[in-house]
Design a protein around this ligand. Structure first.
Ligand SMILES: NCC(=O)N[C@@H](Cc1c[nH]cn1)C(=O)O
Ligand code: ZN
Ligand code: ZN
Length: 480
């Protein structure tokens, strides 16, 4: 690579600080900041306090913990407070460019009995494989802590940061980023004034060996269907066969949302998808990926598509509908003979260009109501949107992507692939539109990290080289 920067002192310092960096991540993972579990909300707040403490120690200034008020419905506790958004600055030099770094400090739920090999909220270092296991290790505590590590390495070296850094860490990303869009709107010309670019490290390489830079995400519209029947849970021997069962209705309706080949059965959804052009079609051939890598990441041979190009298109540019669960249903071990009185089915649709989110909601509501009406059930059904988040596709030919490609090649000795991703980071488009800047997605973890799954992990090489990549990016972007 020509025009390589001299970053060895930084990279050596990051290597030297590895034990401290692992310890910082251990402390973060130990806080079960599950945003979707109302009973764990104090832990989400505790995680925000941990970050504030770390930012102060590292010398950030103008640190603010922005309260967002109560969480809007549907929510069990109407007084439930949203966790704060943490803002902070490092450097304020008018001659330097300003990079806004966004990440989230909340995590998905995790229980040992889900099948974890180690306690999910204890960062466990498997020394034979050099892997760190724990909820949030890759999504998104590893990368968030990674940014702090970069600052620590600069402080230790007494190196000036080549850019001004602004951090924005939220605690509701896994639950729809509630409150963040409004905050960005309010702060675009205030706290976020003069931001030149936004960098998000909250996604993953496509596979396990080649780094990527990401320029697209799918959106996510998350729905719930509530079916109400009898006044209380009932004995199926006494009431079975003589009352209408909510679970029977719900399962019937949910089974008509998607088929086993992954086809969405709600009419009109596919009609909104942008047509595939020859130019886009050609992009998929050059990406390094295989069905074997997909199978390895899913731990199975259950792929619906065998050709790399089809897998990538269905992950990146077509919508998908997933059924997630049923609240109120009996799910424990044993054979409880209960008829649940009220059940709430959860499903989501990953959205892509050019799906109109509100039109999608209407199509879903009309279809679910129609399917329920066909059952002629005396129960009641309500279908509603819990949260939605936009898809995002950008042009990766800009200064930020160029700098990130150089940093990635510098650290990993290989040019990164440019990829889109099937997951969602609801706030990406908002940053781009409100701040009128480019957004870069610069992942730290690998495609088999098991984000949202059991045994979530982060390879130490990805953690440490990821810190070097984030730091390197700031240098290549800063000198640009
Ligand atoms: N690492 C990004 C991520 O996991 N995002 C979530 C966002 C989301 C959307 N609805 C609920 N959570 C994802 O599931 O893609
Ligand atoms: Zn996530
Ligand atoms: Zn995430």
């Amino acid at each position: 690579m020509s025009d390589k920067l001299e970053l060895d002192p930084l990279f050596n310092k990051i290597d030297e600080l590895k034990p401290q960096f692992i310890e910082r991540l251990r402390q973060a993972v130990a806080i079960p900041s599950v945003s979707s579990d109302e009973s764990l909300r104090p832990k989400v707040v505790a995680m925000s306090e941990f970050l504030v403490k770390e930012l102060k120690k590292l010398g950030f200034h103008d640190i603010q913990s922005r309260e967002l008020g109560t969480q809007p419905p549907p929510v069990a506790d109407p007084n439930l407070q949203l966790p704060p958004i943490i803002l902070g600055r490092f450097g304020n030099d008018a001659k330097k460019k300003t990079v806004l770094v966004y990440g989230h400090y909340d995590v998905q739920p995790a229980l040992l009995e889900d099948g974890w090999n180690t306690p999910p909220f204890e960062l466990t270092h498997d020394k034979t494989k050099d892997i760190l296991y724990g909820r949030g290790s890759t999504d998104d505590k590893g990368p968030v802590i990674g940014w702090l590590n970069v600052i620590e390495a600069h402080n230790e070296l007494k190196w000036e940061l080549p850019v001004n850094l602004v951090v924005c860490f939220e605690g509701m990303e896994e639950s729809g980023s509630l409150g963040l869009e409004e905050l960005i709107g309010r702060e675009a010309k205030q706290y976020f004034n003069k931001v030149d670019t936004v960098c998000i490290s909250d996604n993953y390489w496509l596979g396990t060996s080649k780094p990527v830079l990401t320029y697209g995400l799918r959106g996510c519209n998350y729905y719930q269907i509530t079916v109400n029947g009898p006044g209380a849970d009932l004995h199926s021997g006494i009431f079975g066969g003589i009352i209408a069962e909510p679970m029977t209705d719900l399962v019937k309706v949910m089974s008509q949302l998607v088929d086993s080949a992954g086809n969405i059965l709600v009419p009109g959804v596919l009609d909104m998808v942008a047509p595939l052009t020859d130019k886009e079609n050609a992009l998929y051939t050059d990406i390094d990926f295989s069905v074997e890598e997909l199978n390895a990441a899913s731990g199975s041979n259950t792929a619906l598509h065998q050709k790399k190009e089809d897998i990538l298109k269905h992950r990146w540019r077509y919508p998908s509908l997933s059924l997630h669960g049923i609240e109120g249903a009996f799910y424990g071990a044993g054979a409880k003979t209960v008829i649940p009185a009220k059940v709430i089915g959860k499903f989501s649709i990953r959205t892509v260009p050019d799906i109109d989110s509100h039109k999608l909601d209407q199509l879903v509501f009309d279809y679910v109501n129609k399917k329920f009406a066909e059952l002629k059930s005396p129960n009641t059904l309500k279908v509603e949107l819990i949260h939605d988040g936009n898809y995002w596709v950008s042009n990766p030919f800009n200064e930020a992507f160029t700098a990130a490609a150089k940093a990635t090649e510098h650290v990993w000795n290989i040019k990164p692939d440019f990829t889109r991703e099937g997951g969602s980071i609801p706030i990406t488009l908002t940053f781009e539109q409100q701040l009128k800047t480019d957004v870069l997605l610069l992942p730290m973890g690998r495609g088999d990290d098991g984000a949202h799954s059991i045994n979530e992990k982060l390879d130490i090489s990805n953690y440490i080289n990821g810190c070097k990549t984030l730091g390197g990016y700031l240098h290549y972007y800063g000198r640009g």
